[in-house]
Each structure stands twice: as structure tokens, then as C-alpha cells.
Design a protein around this ligand. Structure first.
Ligand code: FAD
Length: 359
């Protein structure tokens, strides 16, 4: 029977980041996916590192998200140095814009509480917005420029983390579905998979929206929130930084590409992209940048955001089963939170192993 110190179930951005961060600890680690690494939600994401843009109310994950965003410049550099993969990290800010007074009031409230955490904003009226971004709709009444947010190329991030992990001796096992976790006296002993049993004393469940079967011991429920996305191309410049309005966004990527998203369809496990979804996204996009009507339609896709019923990710060890961990439910912010999640789980496993050694 194969044997590892740690097995990570799920090779999305979360599992790959955990594998990369754990790999520094000189352990025998396997990263297992039922398909190919990085082909689910993590490949569908727009890659926004949107602490300022995404957090509409104060919660414990706000500071964790700030910490994660800070890790990206170094992470991008390390991945490039180790693997040659450029994750497309850019810290050029994100705009949150408003079409009416209610949206503007909401933006101001968010700006006020986030400023207390040190986040930096430029308040902009219509004239100032249009001075910076000439293609924006003139009927916008204003907005804020969130200076500290940024973005990456999400598929490259997962690819880079997984490759860096494999260079650090993590074994990557694809097309292997983990069916159950085996325990003896409340201690993890092995996993049961479609390729047979694998012995291990530590399992991290990072299997995204597909996790309920493996999460029974945690009493956490995860469900998918499907998001559809469109990619356009334009050979004239449209915007220099992502634009956010009421959860819809346009993210400029290198080479004249624009990612437009995204719908929010709860409990939809299909990967279909509907005509209605495309219409909804384009309507929002054209309202923000009318000139985008001239852009070329390049691609569309969808992904399933893993969402916990209590609205927060779970990144921790099981309270009473030794060796069982979960990093799950990162919902709209798994790309942003991937760096800190990898760090947190690696730290917890390190501590647990040190405690085992010291009795
Ligand atoms: P996944 O990427 O879904 O990976 C889970 C993996 O586990 C899969 O590869 C799957 O095959 C594997 N797996 C499942 N079950 C098993 C099993 N039993 N055995 C073995 N393997 C298994 N986040 C941001 O921070 N910024 C954004 O701009 C952003 N935009 C998004 C846009 C869209 C349209 C979507 C859908 C998501 C977006 N997100 C964004 C959210 C982000 O993509 C997710 O939170 C993140 O990718 C979740 O990563 P994950 O590794 O948990 O899940």
C-alpha cells in the first residue's frame, strides 16, 4: 500500500497552495485529484485579489484576506523563479462604481469601515472617473478607486503552485477519486480511493464544491454557486484596472483580453453557459463600458464556487479527529485566500506533528 505523511484531496488553487506551503516541511505529501489539477472553479475565476472590492461588511475573514493579498508579490516572484510560470500579478487597484445614490451610499459605507483597517481609497466623481478611464459610461455618478487591490491569472496561479509543489517532491496523482477517509480510534489512518487504499496520518480535504460526502465528520455543508464568464478581445484600450458594480465586473487582462463576470446560480451543478447568463453579463458590461459592444467575443465558461451554508470558509483541523483537516468554502474569494490558506494549514500540520514528537 502507498504511504504518505499528508494527503491533500483536491488539486484546485486551495489544495495546490496547501501542497506548496507544506512541501517546505520535508514530508512525504500527495496531492490527489479526481480529474486534472486546476480544472474546476480555480480555472474559471477572474483572478481578482479583491479585499476592498469584495468585502461589503466587516467579518473575521477581512483581516485574513488582507494578510493573503500581502503574500502575493513574493508568491508571484517565487513561482516565477522556481517554475518560469508568470501568474500575471498586478497591483493596479480596482474601481467600485455607482449608477445611483443608493449604490454610492453603499460604497461610502464600505469605504468608511475599511479605511479603519488601513485600506486606501480615492473618492471619484463622474468627471474624475472619466479622466482616469475614458471609456466608462458617462451616466455613472462616481465611485472609489480601491488602491490596494490587484489581480492575477487564476489558471496560471494554480498551475504554478502545483508545479512548484511537485518540484519540492509533492507527488501529484490525477484521475483518482477519494471515496472515504479511514480512521481508527479518532485518528486518520488511510484514505479509500478509486485506485485503492493509501496509508496516511494526515488528510486535508480541499475538494471545493464537491466535498459534502467527505465532510460528514465536520458537519459542514458546501454547495455550488455557479458563475458564468465571458472573455472578449479588443485592440483598443478600454480600462486600465478592473471595474466593479454590484457584484458584476470587467477585468482587463494582458494582450487586449477582458474577463466579464459573473452570474450567481445557487445549487446548479451543471457547467452549461446559458444564453440568459450571457445576456445578463453583457448587459452589465455594456452599461459600464458602452464601447465594449465593438469588442470580439472570444470565449465563455463557467465554474462552481464552493460556498458553506454558514457563509464563511472553514480552514482548520477537526476538533476531535486527529489528522483530519478541511480547507473549504472559499466561495467568491478562493484565489485571493489561497495564499493564506496554504500558510495556515501548513502551520497547523507543523504544530500537530511537533506536538506528536514531543508527546
Ligand atoms: P476547485 O478549484 O473546485 O478545486 C477542487 C478540486 O477538488 C477539483 O479539481 C476537483 O476535481 C477535486 N475533487 C473534488 N472531489 C474530489 C474527490 N472526492 N477526490 C479527489 N479530488 C476531488 N476567487 C477570487 O479570489 N477572485 C476572483 O476573481 C474569483 N472569480 C471567480 C469567478 C468565477 C466564475 C468562479 C466560479 C469563481 C471565482 N472565484 C474567484 C472563486 C474561486 O475560483 C474559488 O473560491 C476557488 O477556485 C476554490 O478553489 P478550490 O480549490 O476550493 O476548488
Amino acid at each position: 500500500m502507498k504511504s504518505y505523511d499528508v494527503v491533500i484531496v483536491g488539486g484546485g488553487v486551495i489544495g495546490s497552495s496547501i501542497a506548496y506551503h507544506l512541501a517546505q516541511q520535508n514530508l512525504r505529501i500527495a496531492l490527489i485529484d479526481k480529474g486534472e489539477i486546476g480544472r474546476e472553479a480555480s480555472a474559471a475565476a477572474a483572478g481578482l485579489l479583491g479585499v476592498q472590492a469584495e468585502w461589503t461588511s466587516d467579518d473575521p475573514f477581512f483581516e485574513i484576506a488582507q494578510r493573503s493579498r500581502k503574500l502575493f508579490p513574493q508568491l508571484a516572484e517565487t513561482i516565477r523563479h522556481m517554475t518560469g510560470i508568470d501568474i500575471g500579478y498586478e497591483q493596479k487597484g480596482i474601481y467600485r462604481v455607482a449608477f445611483n445614490e443608493a449604490e454610492m451610499a453603499n460604497i461610502i459605507t464600505i469605504k468608511e469601515w475599511q479605511s479603519a483597517y488601513g485600506e486606501r481609497f480615492d473618492m471619484l466623481n463622474t468627471r474624475q472617473l472619466l479622466q482616469r478611464e475614458k471609456q466608462l459610461n458617462t451616466s455613472l455618478i462616481g465611485g472609489v478607486f480601491c488602491q490596494d487591490d490587484g489581480h492575477v491569472l487564476a489558471p496560471k496561479l494554480t498551475q504554478g503552485l502545483a508545479l512548484a509543489a511537485s518540484y519540492l517532491q509533492v507527488e501529484i496523482i490525477e484521475y483518482c477519486e477519494v471515496l472515504s477517509i479511514l480512521k481508527k480510534e479518532r485518528q486518520v489512518t488511510a484514505i479509500h480511493t478509486t485506485l485503492g487504499n493509501i496509508e496516511t496520518s494526515h488528510v486535508v480535504i480541499a475538494s471545493g464544491a464537491f466535498s459534502n460526502q467527505l465532510l460528514r465528520d465536520f458537519k459542514i455543508d458546501v454547495f455550488p454557486v455557479k458563475g458564468e464568464v465571458i472573455q472578449l478581445y479588443s485592440n483598443e484600450p478600454m480600462i486600465t484596472a478592473p471595474i466593479f458594480n454590484e457584484r458584476f465586473y470587467i477585468a482587463p487582462k494582458r494582450g487586449g483580453h477582458y474577463i466579464l463576470g459573473s452570474t450567481m446560480l445557487e445549487n446548479d451543478y451543471s457547467k452549461d453557459v446559458t444564453a440568459g447568463g450571457i445576456q445578463q453579463i453583457l448587459q452589465h458590461a455594456f452599461a459600464l463600458i458602452p464601447r465594449l459592444e465593438k469588442a470580439t467575443f472570444k470565449n465563455h465558461w463557467s465554474g462552481l464556487r464552493p460556498h458553506c451554508t454558514n457563509n464563511q470558509p472553514f480552514i482548520d483541523e477537526h476538533p476531535s479527529i486527529k489528522g483530519l483537516y478541511a480547507a473549504i468554502g472559499h466561495y467568491r474569494n478562493g484565489i485571493l485566500l489561497s495564499a493564506v490558506t496554504g500558510e495556515l494549514i501548513a502551520h497547523k500540520i507543523k504544530e500537530a506533528r511537533e506536538n506528536e514528537v514531543n508527546g
